[in-house]
Design a protein around this ligand. Structure first.
Ligand code: ATP
Length: 441
């Protein structure tokens, strides 16, 4: 993880938030390359979950919502983690994670195992961030930063149903920021207090829910494989009955083998009719569905694949990170799926003379409307290739002496490092075709 954090900082994928003021714990900013990578992750999700399907539509809800939403959803009463304090070292721990935590005084032991430890009983701590709407800080104006994007979807269920002319089964998808006042954030992008989610609520007829649950568990695992994550680094972990949230009939996590061990990447839950029923009761608005064909009225069940954009970005970075040796020299390479790579191709003039830079710049300008491309003429060509390998750029285009006579360039491939020669006027087509080709490590 340290190598990845260092690379991410050095190459401008991520910076610590407010770094010049000493940083803000567990908050990260995405730099020029990181913002492209994360955007590509979210775009791939949106393309595969919304635009590529005729049974899912999108929505973009506000982060601040009516406080009664959180009363109905159960978040006000129950969105808590059990918190344990140490009276001696002032350390804070999540009771359910304490066995894997380190005692700040003696990191080889878990909190409570050192003779000096003096732990409090666990007490429930609500994870929602509170703020005030309007100029007066009084209890009547308390609002919350949403801890999940799902509730915006549930409260808009009727709006979407009546305006988008959808019928069950169908889904509503949303990406956006969520906030949780986590007790123990950390592990880089894995657990932060402000993060982005990619959630989809799929509404089905009760009785069809088990089938759709299986469908989404499988589809979501395959999504990561399709974007290049090695299959043996992914696994499904069905939740045991005593682990399930109060509203869930079933839940399975897609786990990835992060450097911190196997951990949740995404959760797929069968939320039953809990949310729609709760919002019907609390709002007094009927959120049932009437099936015109069967003349039946029912409250739909909901299957929810809930992913995190930051956690997924971390998984793609971790999985892509590789080191090998080229011509006796160590090389760091990010083997990112070409569709996720922040830059698709870099254009290099071999020499900074004989008209090569001008020719390369012309190629760069011609490619720019079509792909995210870079231009680099600084330093030895080998070093320029390495710089691009390290940020995952799948293709390098080099203008050399021969280009000046026959208008051909070399196209270098990041993983195999193979070079092929092709005419400049075939570049756009060739890159488009290679970017659309299925890819795996
Ligand atoms: P965890 O058990 O790790 O706290 P969760 O089960 O509470 O996660 P969900 O409520 O299912 O998480 O949220 C769906 C997804 O949102 C998670 O799989 C994860 O990818 C992402 N996510 C949740 N909390 C965080 C966080 N604090 N930082 C980054 N991503 C998060």
């Amino acid at each position: 993880m340290e190598k990845i954090v260092n690379l991410a900082k050095r190459r401008g994928f991520t910076f610590q938030s407010s770094e010049i003021y000493g940083g803000l714990n567990s908050c990260w900013d995405y730099g020029p390359l990181g913002v492209e990578l994360k955007r590509n992750v979210k775009n791939a999700w949106w393309r595969d979950m919304v635009q590529g399907r005729d049974d899912i539509v999108g929505i973009d809800c506000s982060i601040l919502m009516h406080p009664r939403v959180w009363e109905a959803s159960g978040h006000l009463a129950g969105f808590t983690d059990p918190l344990i304090d140490c009276r001696v070292c002032k350390g804070r721990f999540r009771a359910d994670h304490i066995a894997d935590a380190q005692c700040p005084l003696k990191p080889s032991k878990a909190p409570g195992q050192h003779d000096k430890c003096d732990l409090t009983e666990a007490r429930n701590f609500n994870l929602m961030f509170k703020t005030f709407m309007g100029p007066v800080e009084e209890s009547a104006s308390v609002v919350y930063l949403r801890p999940e994007t799902a509730q915006g979807i549930f409260v808009n269920f009727k709006n979407v149903l009546t305006t988008a002319r959808t019928k069950i089964p169908f889904g509503i998808a949303q990406t956006g920021k969520s906030f949780r006042n986590e007790i123990t954030p950390g592990n880089f992008l894995f657990r932060t207090r402000e993060f982005e989610q990619m959630e989809m609520e799929f509404f089905v007829k009760p009785g069809d829910d088990d089938r759709w649950f299986d469908y989404w568990v499988n589809a979501r695992l395959e999504w990561y494989v399709g974007l290049g994550i090695r299959r043996d680094k992914l696994r499904l972990r069905p939740h045991a009955a005593d682990e399930l949230a109060h509203y869930a009939k079933g839940c399975s996590d897609v786990e990835y083998e992060f450097p911190i061990g196997w951990s949740e990447l995404e959760g797929i839950a069968n939320r039953t009719d809990f949310d729609l029923k709760a919002h019907s009761e609390h709002s007094g608005k009927d959120l049932s569905f009437f099936d015109e064909e069967t003349r039946e009225r029912f409250v739909p069940y909901v299957i929810e694949p809930a992913a995190g954009a930051d956690r997924a970005t971390l998984a793609f970075l971790v999985d892509a990170y590789d080191e090998d040796v080229v011509d006796g020299e160590a090389r760091t390479v990010l083997r990112l799926h070409p569709q996720l790579a922040p830059i698709k191709a870099a254009v290099f003039p071999l020499l900074r003379k004989e008209g090569q830079p001008e020719k390369a710049e012309k190629i760069y300008s011609a490619l720019r409307p079509h792909f995210a491309v870079d231009y680099d003429q600084a330093g030895a060509i080998g070093r320029r290739y390495r710089r691009q390998d390290e940020i995952g750029t799948p293709f390098g285009i080099t203008v050399d002496h021969q280009t000046m006579t026959d208008d051909t360039v070399t196209l270098r491939e990041r993983d195999s490092m193979q070079q092929t020669r092709l005419p400049i006027d075939r570049l756009i087509g060739e890159l488009a075709q290679r970017l659309a080709t299925p890819w795996s490590r």
